[in-house]
Design a protein around this ligand. Structure first.
Ligand code: PLP
Length: 397
């Protein structure tokens, strides 16, 4: 009765974490600190509260348009042009932008845009980095593709080596997910790398889906993006879909608001798919999102707060072998030898909850799982809490 593909989704990372820690008692005399999930806890700008609460009641009884409002689309296109210094007119806001309920939803739907399941013969392939954001896998499976994992280890600069994909695999590939800045490693793809990815997608006619939800949270210079790479190749977004979010940029994950940008024909199909499959973003949320994309001032303090936490982490944990400060994102990706053992120990002895790296990775064909030595630590709390937690962590590890 139930879709058989759902059986493949049962080892969700956080379900596994709950199972791992169920028998473990956290140390009783310490306040627990949850660093396993990437929920940003910094306050979003107060003005979104006013926008949402001051909307007249008819904003809630009307069905919102599936592709948002002209103001929302213009705000997204304006931000893209500012952030990536895009040539004037490269993005046609009316035809190339669609809202999504956070990039999670956009990433899931993008797989359904790209994948045509086979009636017979071999299944199409969906490529993704390893480690990967769980939604890439779930979307690929549910859309009828075979997920294939591309190592994104320290040896490959934490980005998949696109030159190492076998021609027989590329021939069956219908989509490639990339995440830059990456979760969990915080690596950023260079513009050269992104240009190579676009060229590969066009050569083999697959969809390149680029998750850029951490684009605004970086430690050094702003990371380049896929649109910047596309601009340098002439400006077309054929074979490209990029996703952006207010969850990290504006610390507004609860708003569930992001957008998808792509070629006009891709976005037209996406809107068609959304008409069948999704709840369009409510207009008060779109109005708040519009204000957030139009404003860059509130982002700098949010970014700075993460930078301060990374500087703190460097001071507290920097002496550990293999420790590195990530280029971007919210996470430490720490080599601790055995991620599961360290996760249990940290919960038992320091009341700190982290995520074993192996829950975000799959074994390679030889059975080796590159995530096993790691834990992922989300630096979401305020500086004081992070300092307390990392100090406890340094003592236990
Ligand atoms: C890599 C990555 N992509 C996408 C998302 C989804 O974010 P949102 O749906 O809030 O935009 C997350 C959330 O943590 C993430 O880590």
């Amino acid at each position: 009765m139930l879709n058989k593909r759902l059986e493949l989704l049962s080892d969700y990372a956080f379900t596994k974490l709950n199972t791992l820690l169920e028998p473990v008692q956290p140390r009783a005399n310490l306040p627990p600190v949850i660093m396993s999930v990437g929920d940003p806890i910094h306050a979003p700008p107060a003005f979104i509260h006013d926008i949402i609460t001051n909307r007249p009641s008819e904003s809630w009884n009307r069905y919102p348009a599936v592709n948002g409002t002209p103001e929302f689309r213009a705000a997204c296109a304006g931000w893209l042009a500012r952030r990536y210094k895009l040539p004037k007119g490269m993005i046609d806001a009316e035809r190339q932008i669609a809202p999504c309920a956070g990039t999670r939803e956009g990433l899931f739907q993008a797989a359904f845009l790209a994948i045509t399941p086979m009636e017979g013969g071999e299944r199409p392939i969906a490529l993704m980095p390893n480690p990967f954001y769980q939604v890439y896998y779930g979307a690929a499976v549910m859309a009828g593709a075979e997920p294939r994992f591309l190592p994104a280890t320290q040896a490959t600069g934490f980005m998949p080596d696109l030159g190492a994909i076998e021609p027989a695999v590329l021939a069956r590939t219908q989509l490639l997910y990339l995440c830059t800045p990456g979760n969990p490693q915080g690596a950023c793809a260079s513009l050269d790398y992104l240009r190579g990815a676009i060229q590969l997608a066009r050569q083999h006619d697959f969809m390149l889906i680029v998750d850029e939800c951490y684009a605004e949270i970086y430690n050094g210079t702003p990371p380049g993006g896929i649109l910047e790479a596309a601009a340098s190749l002439g400006g077309s977004l054929d074979n490209i879909v990029a996703l952006h979010s207010l969850s990290k940029r504006s610390s507004a994950a609860g708003l569930r608001s992001g957008f998808t940008v792509g070629a006009p024909q891709t976005i037209a199909k996406l809107c068609q798919l959304r008409s069948y499959s999704c709840a369009a973003t409510p207009s008060p949320i779109l109005e708040a999102a519009t204000a957030l994309w139009n404003d860059d001032d509130h982002v700098a303090p949010i970014r700075r707060s993460y930078q301060e936490k990374f500087a703190l982490a460097q001071r507290v944990l920097g002496q550990r072998p293999g420790y590195y400060t990530p280029e971007a994102g919210l996470f430490l990706w720490l080599d601790v030898g055995d991620g599961e053992a360290a996760t249990k120990k940290l919960w038992a002895e320091a009341a700190i909850k982290v995520l074993p790296g192996a829950y975000l990775t799959r074994p390679d064909p030889s059975g080796r799982n590159s995530g096993v030595p790691y834990i992922r630590v989300a630096l979401i709390h305020d500086l004081e809490t992070v300092e307390m937690a990392l100090t406890r962590m340094a003592r236990v590890l």
